[in-house]
Design a binder for this molecule. Structure first.
Ligand SMILES: Cc1cc2nc3c(=O)[nH]c(=O)nc-3n(C[C@H](O)[C@H](O)[C@H](O)COP(=O)(O)OP(=O)(O)OC[C@H]3O[C@@H](n4cnc5c(N)ncnc54)[C@H](O)[C@@H]3O)c2cc1C
Length: 407
């Protein structure tokens, strides 16, 4: 059988998951190519550690060229400008063109810092290597004061079956507030500081259910962190933050997760919704172009935007592509769940596992050192194995352990 050309755009969680799944299960029937405008895959869940404990950047950046080539793929360090879905042709920024049999879009989203007035002058963030490093430099010099942390509101297109969350992912907000609180205590300046957290949602962490809230709220309170809800950020000033409802919070140090937006190439190629996200079915297949798939944050179905979900989607998409090519086999069912571990500084962390927003019954947290070890184990495994998930044996063990927490 002639090999089919599968082209993956983006080497983050979703792109690497798709690449490794296709490589493992279909190397004899697919030719794999992956393009990324970056030279490295960025392990974003570790960025709060860059910002608050000075983890070196090279411990969160996985070089793409060597891992793709070592695994038999072709790597292009290039930005894709546009795709013509009718002729199955990709054009790069430098004008080079390529064709594909299957396309997997795994570009993540644009973090729209520009949408927040005053951010460039007074705002800090943690969503990429540049901002996490800048935040670390500010932390080193910070000697206490008024701190405001939160996520900006993201606007989504209407899709009847997709729940619109006010913020794409509030896990990083939780991690920032806990790690900052811990860092200030270590510096003995916590008593000189206030931490105010805002959420655009009616409740903070609107993507999980009541059991998680019941467990998390006392932990937040115990740290002296104040939370305000239904607050959409309007403007960041030197000494305060303004909200759309006319209220404001005094702030010497403002840290924000910006609104998310679709990538320009999806918009240019006219394959997305009006916000630039790609709508798919449950196999991650484009609703109009059957040889195009989208996984990870760029997929309109992905809510909240989580690496854990991007990995699951990569596995689902690759099983669908292989079934197409072979004409038989199983397409993995898409069963999203929220799985996130927030480092709380020192040896503490909070793990959340919930499928509540998808109508499921799982809604659990685990607070303490075991959750911290899980985070440390997962992040290091992912980094040192260059983007692989822990083996099935370990994952099954973890699932069994989590089952006991449900009881
Ligand atoms: C601070 C922080 C902490 C987080 N913590 C967690 C956590 O604990 N658990 C969790 O599950 N999730 C977490 N997330 C969310 C998680 O990082 C994202 O959901 C995940 O990275 C999405 O994966 P992705 O593959 O869709 O996109 P990305 O990881 O963003 O990768 C997209 C890639 O596509 C490339 N690209 C984009 N456009 C083009 C183009 N036109 N041409 C070529 N290449 C292109 C980019 O350079 C990038 O490398 C966190 C996010 C942040 C910001």
């Amino acid at each position: 059988m002639e090999k089919k050309k599968v082209f993956i755009i983006g080497g983050g969680f979703g792109g690497l998951s798709t690449f490794y799944s296709l490589r493992k299960n279909g190397s004899e029937i697919v030719d794999l190519a992956l393009a990324d405008s970056r030279e490295t895959s960025l392990e974003k869940p570790s960025l709060p550690e860059v910002a608050f404990i000075g983890k070196p950047l090279n411990k969160v950046q996985i070089p793409l060229k060597s891992i793709i080539e070592r695994n038999g793929g072709k790597y292009l360090n290039s930005e894709v400008k546009i795709v013509d879905p009718k002729s199955s042709e990709i054009e790069f920024l430098d004008g080079t063109k390529m064709t594909y049999d299957y396309l997997v879009i795994a570009t993540g989203t644009v973090k729209d810092y520009e949408a927040m007035e005053g951010f460039n002058d007074y705002g800090y963030s943690v969503c990429d290597d540049v901002h996490a490093s800048k935040l670390y430099d500010r932390m080193v010099k910070f000697e206490g004061g008024k701190i405001v942390i939160g996520a900006a509101r993201t606007e989504w297109a209407d899709h009847p079956d997709v729940k619109k969350l006010s913020a794409p992912c509030e896990g990083p907000v939780g991690e920032i507030m806990f790690m900052l609180d811990y860092a200030l205590r270590q510096k003995a300046v916590r008593s000189k500081s206030t931490i105010n957290v805002f959420s655009p949602g009616k409740i903070f962490f609107e993507d999980v259910g009541p059991k998680v809230h019941k467990s998390l709220e006392p932990v937040i309170k115990a740290q002296g962190i104040n939370v305000s809800t239904s607050k959409s950020i309007k403007k960041i000033e030197k000494d305060h933050v303004e909200f759309e409802d006319g209220s404001s919070l005094e702030s010497d140090f403002t840290i924000v997760i910006p609104p998310y937006a679709g990538t320009p190439f999806v918009k240019n190629s006219r394959i997305g919704d009006e916000k630039g996200f790609v709508m798919t079915d449950s196999q991650m297949r484009h609703t109009e172009y059957k040889n195009i798939f989208a996984v990870g944050d760029i997929n309109a179905v992905t809510m909240p935007k989580l690496g854990h979900i991007a990995v699951i989607q990569g596995q689902v998409a690759s099983s669908a592509i292989l079934k197409d090519i072979k004409g038989d086999g199983e397409v993995l069912p898409f069963k999203p769940e929220i799985f996130c571990i927030m480092n709380r500084g020192g040896i503490d962390a909070t793990m959340i596992l919930s499928d509540y927003i998808y109508g499921g019954k799982t809604d659990i947290t685990l607070n303490g050192p075991i959750a911290h070890m899980m985070k440390w184990g997962f992040d290091d495994f992912y980094f040192y194995t260059k983007g692989h998930m822990p083996p099935e044996l370990m994952q099954n063990g973890l699932k069994k352990f989590l089952e006991t927490l449900k009881k």
